[in-house]
Design a protein around this ligand. Structure first.
Ligand code: ACO
Length: 153
């Protein structure tokens, strides 16, 4: 498995992007101002990572997804580790990621990878998505923002 930037000639893999963020409109708000990377296995794009700079010190993982057939095999952890080294290399001090109150597995994964809960955007998903969504039988309501310090270079 390799991780590389998506070239400007390649089509954006919306199948993957929409796994993490089910709104084309919301993806459109950040994708063209972001750096996009893909995980490639056996010549197939199996994962995506989207990094969006918030300011000179802070970068956000706006989208991370792995094809369902390839989940649970460590690719997500590798994409996160790649994001940390790429962000550090670019001189950012902190990295953040937002996920839903209902995303139990993602909240576990991000904390295993060193993120700490930082803030909650109350009712973010109610205001920004047209239909109510449920995950793990929980209403997708609030955005939990987690942060990780990247350490000195
Ligand atoms: N409790 C505890 N640990 C859990 C749970 C849980 N309920 N669910 C998952 N995990 C852990 C696994 O045990 C594993 O850790 P381990 O290796 O220590 O056992 C880890 O989470 C998963 O690791 P990977 O196999 O590396 O992850 P994967 O390749 O499946 O990628 C991802 C994770 C990207 C979240 C993938 O499942 C996915 O694409 N999901 C759908 C899209 C999505 O939700 N994306 C994130 C949205 S938020 C955002 O994009 C900013």
């Amino acid at each position: 498995m390799t991780i590389r930037p998506l070239s400007s000639e390649e089509t954006l893999p919306y199948d993957l992007l929409l796994l993490a963020d089910p709104s084309v409109k919301m993806v459109g708000k950040y994708i063209f101002a972001s750096s996009v990377y893909v995980a490639v296995f056996a010549e197939q794009i199996v994962g995506i990572l989207v990094l969006f700079p918030i300011d000179k010190n802070l970068i956000e993982i706006k989208n991370i997804a792995v094809l369902e057939t390839h989940q649970g095999k460590g690719i997500g952890k590798k994409l996160l580790a790649f994001a940390f080294s790429e962000a550090k290399e670019k001189g950012f001090q902190d990295i953040q990621i937002g996920t839903a109150n209902s995303s139990i597995g993602q909240l576990a994964l991000y904390q295993k990878m060193g993120f700490e809960m930082d803030s909650i955007l109350k009712s973010f998903f109610i205001y920004n998505y047209p239909e109510p969504m449920y995950e793990n039988e929980i209403l997708v309501r609030d955005m939990v923002v987690l942060k990780k310090a990247l350490g000195l270079r």
